[in-house]
Ligand binder design. Structure first.
Ligand SMILES: Nc1ncnc2c1ncn2[C@@H]1O[C@H](COP(=O)(O)OP(=O)(O)O)[C@@H](O)[C@H]1O
Ligand SMILES: [Mg+2]
Length: 150
């Protein structure tokens, strides 16, 4: 297990009170001391905890995006054994508070002109999975794309 269950519970209860996430100022205003708001996608809000790990809470507490992310992540890992084309950020799920935890990917946003080549390589490798591979879901680390959402 990576991350801390206590920190997962902290961010889960801090974000529970927020139901209007369109306003980034609101997101900033509720984060506890020592936490950083990283951003939001369609399904999750991502925060960096004081321990350096990323904690994701669902935008809609009622959907299954964290569960799905965990299950699909494991399927990708099963297929990744012999690929150098990309890496996947380590992840886990705190099921009691439903917080997805992940290693922070400290990399560069992919250059626009490389996006198609890189993303299609990843797609080819996992073409039987329904994946959400796009430049907003990966960073380049020493020339290798590392995906943190799929
Ligand atoms: N492991 C990570 N390392 C660095 N930044 C991250 C990580 N996970 C998420 N982020 C940031 O948070 C944003 C939202 O997270 P993401 O997992 O893509 O949510 P969603 O499932 O809603 O698309 C990302 O676009 C990215 O900017
Ligand atoms: Mg995303």
């Amino acid at each position: 297990m990576i991350g801390s269950e206590t920190l997962a519970e902290t961010i889960a209860s801090a974000t529970l009170i927020v139901n209007e996430w369109d306003d980034v100022d609101v997101a900033h205003s509720i984060i506890p001391n020592g936490w950083e708001y990283l951003g939001s996608g369609a399904y999750r809000h991502a925060f960096r905890g004081p321990d350096g790990f990323v904690y994701k809470v669902q935008v809609d507490p009622g959907d299954e995006s964290n569960d799905e992310s965990f299950e699909i992540g494991k399927m990708i890992l099963d297929k990744l054994i012999d690929s150098d084309d990309f890496k996947i950020a380590k992840f886990d799920l705190f099921t009691d508070c439903n917080v997805f935890v992940q290693e922070y990917v400290d990399g560069e946003i992919i250059a626009a002109h490389d996006a198609r080549t890189v993303c299609s390589k990843i797609y080819r490798f996992v073409s039987d999975l329904f994946l959400d591979i796009h430049p907003g879901n990966l960073r380049m680390v020493n020339g290798t794309p590392v995906i943190f959402d799929w």
